[in-house]
Design a protein around this ligand. Structure first.
Ligand code: CP
Length: 327
């Protein structure tokens, strides 16, 4: 799997006067832009027993969810976020759409925009697709990347940064370990980008050597193949899913062996700081990269990540709709 150059994504996501029209990558966003999105999301955050925040930032807009790969959290949270901002929402079921008859992605997007969809939320397994289609959509349409192959998952990166900030507000003092299948992880790439931009103190990455990313990615991160070394005294531990669907047979580790070598277990968590938080973008392979005790334990903020996903997507939708950046 090759390193992916996101320069095209960075260029096409802005208008000629620098405003963020699409959100395809976090690469190239400034610290101020990311902080502004986190602040806005924090405003939208509600605890489970509270009524959700609402406003009319997207009143009259139509948001279409086009997930060409499976999703639970991202798709539902984009839907809830759009509803809470007053938008109409359409969820295209790809299994019963005309894509199975061979219709191209671009024709699918043209079809939705002809029905006056304004925001097209896309997930796809093809690297580069959001940046390829963005120049061809109508001027009133924005593309939001909801997961692009192994390359990018910008709203997940933002919600991870928000979750960390809620527990540990001074990024500069933090040490984070991201452990697991970094090679195939769009989440790790976007979360690292968000944290690097806001000035995280230290990033460590760990995993089997064949699942670590190429040397020219995650610049500045310290690399480990021994999790027991990597986890020592960190403030944040993020486990990643083994993405079997993106591996050939030879690279798929056996579950028990992987858990023994790299899994987050209660014993291993004792090596991190006592107040360390545990994160996972989910879906989880319980008993593989994380045990039930850790996933459901006191240090886990995994459900809070899910809750923050709605608020982050509200912030992104509202920001795109208002054309807030660069004004
Ligand atoms: N974290 C994440 O993207 O989850 P889904 O695949 O369920 O959307």
């Amino acid at each position: 799997m090759s390193n992916f150059d996101t320069r095209q994504s960075q260029q096409v996501q802005r208008t000629s006067d620098g405003r963020l029209r699409h959100l395809i990558t976090l690469d190239g966003l400034s610290r101020a832009e990311i902080t502004s999105l986190l602040d806005m999301a924090q405003f939208y955050v509600r605890k489970p027993h509270e009524l959700p925040a609402r406003d009319q930032s997207l009143a009259g807009h139509t948001v279409a969810n086009l997930f060409f790969e499976p999703s639970t959290r991202t798709r539902v949270s984009f839907e809830l976020a759009a509803q809470r901002l007053g938008a109409y929402v359409v969820n295209l079921d790809m299994q019963t759409s005309s894509r199975v008859k061979g219709e191209t992605v671009l024709d699918t997007l043209y079809t939705l925009q002809a029905m006056h969809a304004d925001v097209l939320v896309m997930r796809d397994a093809e690297p580069g697709l959001p940046a390829q289609v963005a120049p061809f959509v109508a001027p009133h349409v924005s593309i939001l990347n909801a997961g692009e192959a192994h390359v990018s998952h910008p709203t997940q990166g933002l919600l991870d940064a928000l979750t960390i900030r809620q527990h540990k507000p001074d990024f500069s003092k933090l040490s984070i370990l991201i452990v697991g299948d970094l090679m195939h992880s769009r989440v790790a790439r976007s979360t690292w980008r968000a944290l690097d931009t806001v000035g995280i103190g230290e990033v460590r990455i760990a995993g089997p050597s064949h699942l670590l990313p190429p040397a020219n990615e995650f610049t500045g991160a310290v690399r480990y193949t021994d999790i027991n070394q990597a986890i020592k005294d960190v403030d944040v531990v993020m486990a990643l899913r083994i993405q079997k669907e993106r591996m050939n047979e030879a690279h798929i580790p056996d579950d028990a062996g992987y858990c023994r070598e790299f899994g987050l277990t209660p014993e291993r968590m004792k090596l991190a700081r006592p107040d360390a938080i545990v994160m996972h973008p989910a879906p989880m392979n319980r008993g593989v990269e994380i045990t039930n005790e850790v996933a459901d334990g006191k240090q886990s903020v995994i459900q809070q990540q899910v809750t923050n996903g709605v608020a982050i997507r509200m912030a992104v939708l509202a920001t795109i709709a208002r054309g807030a950046h660069g004004q």
